[in-house]
Design a binder for this molecule. Structure first.
Ligand SMILES: Nc1ncnc2c1ncn2[C@@H]1O[C@H](COP(=O)(O)OP(=O)(O)OP(=O)(O)O)[C@@H](O)[C@H]1O
Ligand SMILES: [Mg+2]
Ligand SMILES: [Zn+2]
Length: 248
């Protein structure tokens, strides 16, 4: 989740999912963003329709990694440019179908990419999932984004969803010319907000121009450039999360 739009939720969801896949976990990604379903583009399944029958929908296999499959509203739409014009109840119905009528039995872990804010979609996700491991909050370092991420943390707390932690994305930029660090959107606010709200801080992902290309090409950075600094941050975040499962 995130409070604000455009802070990198989908980038984090997809790269986290592929990192878990590389670790050997069979990973599903459910895209519950109906107005901006970007997961298929970033996970390489854009344009591929889900198969199966009612009650037994087959999530779309990612061509990028054998351990990842994807379900998104765009897995059911012929035209990726057609806007979805739906009210809340239709979206809630679709979320229920994604969860209950698709074949997820063989998955070890499912990552769910929400639209920004605390509206119908994250609410019905929270209600559908009785035993979720928890929520990852993505924020950028500016104060406005941080204010909104506090709302997301409180939303999770009110719904009794554990908060796995906060990821600060777009956090600093290493100049490729002189390697000096430039803090375009400030830095460190996510960690401060996590501390104040008493939830874990998971890591800081710098502005990484390669994310844009890899996202647009459907080849996640953690697969394309596993040695990139940001890929190593994802490995650390994934390890923190999976260590939490083992200690349960
Ligand atoms: N760390 C980063 N460095 C550079 N570009 C990034 C980074 N994180 C995300 N981006 C780019 O920013 C854009 C928005 O990211 P993304 O779509 O993941 O955000 P979002 O929070 O899911 O947006 P929305 O609220 O619309 O769902 C994308 O083009 C993505 O490639
Ligand atoms: Mg998104
Ligand atoms: Zn420089």
């Amino acid at each position: 989740m995130s409070g604000k739009g455009g802070v990198g939720k989908t980038t984090v969801s997809v790269n986290l999912a592929f990192t878990l896949a590389k670790m050997g976990y069979k990973t599903g990604i459910i895209d519950v963003d109906f107005h901006g379903p970007n997961v298929p583009l970033m996970a390489g399944t854009e344009g591929v329709l889900a198969r199966g029958t009612e009650g037994a929908i087959e999530p779309v296999q990612s061509p990028v990694h054998e351990n990842v499959n994807v379900l998104s509203i765009s897995s059911f739409m012929g035209d990726p440019e057609a806007p979805i014009i739906w009210r809340g109840p239709m979206k809630i119905g679709a979320i229920k179908q994604f969860f209950n009528e698709a074949k997820w039995e063989d998955r070890d872990v499912i990552v769910i990419d929400c639209p920004p804010g605390t509206g119908d979609e994250p609410l019905s996700v929270a209600q559908e999932l009785k035993n979720a491991d928890g929520v990852v909050i993505v924020t950028s370092p500016q104060d406005v984004a941080l204010l909104d991420s506090r709302k997301s943390i409180n939303f999770a707390k009110q719904l009794h969803l554990p908060v796995l932690g906060v990821v600060e994305n777009l956090s600093g930029f290493h100049c490729p010319h002189c390697s000096e660090e430039i803090n375009i959107f400030k830095k460190g606010g996510g960690e401060k907000a996590a501390k104040e709200m008493e939830v874990p801080f998971l890591g800081r992902i710098p502005i990484t121009p390669a994310f844009v290309d890899s996202g647009d090409n459907g080849k996640p950075l953690v697969i394309e450039s596993p040695d990139d600094y940001s890929s190593t941050v994802f490995a650390d975040i994934a390890k923190t999360i999976t260590d939490g499962w083992e200690s349960k």
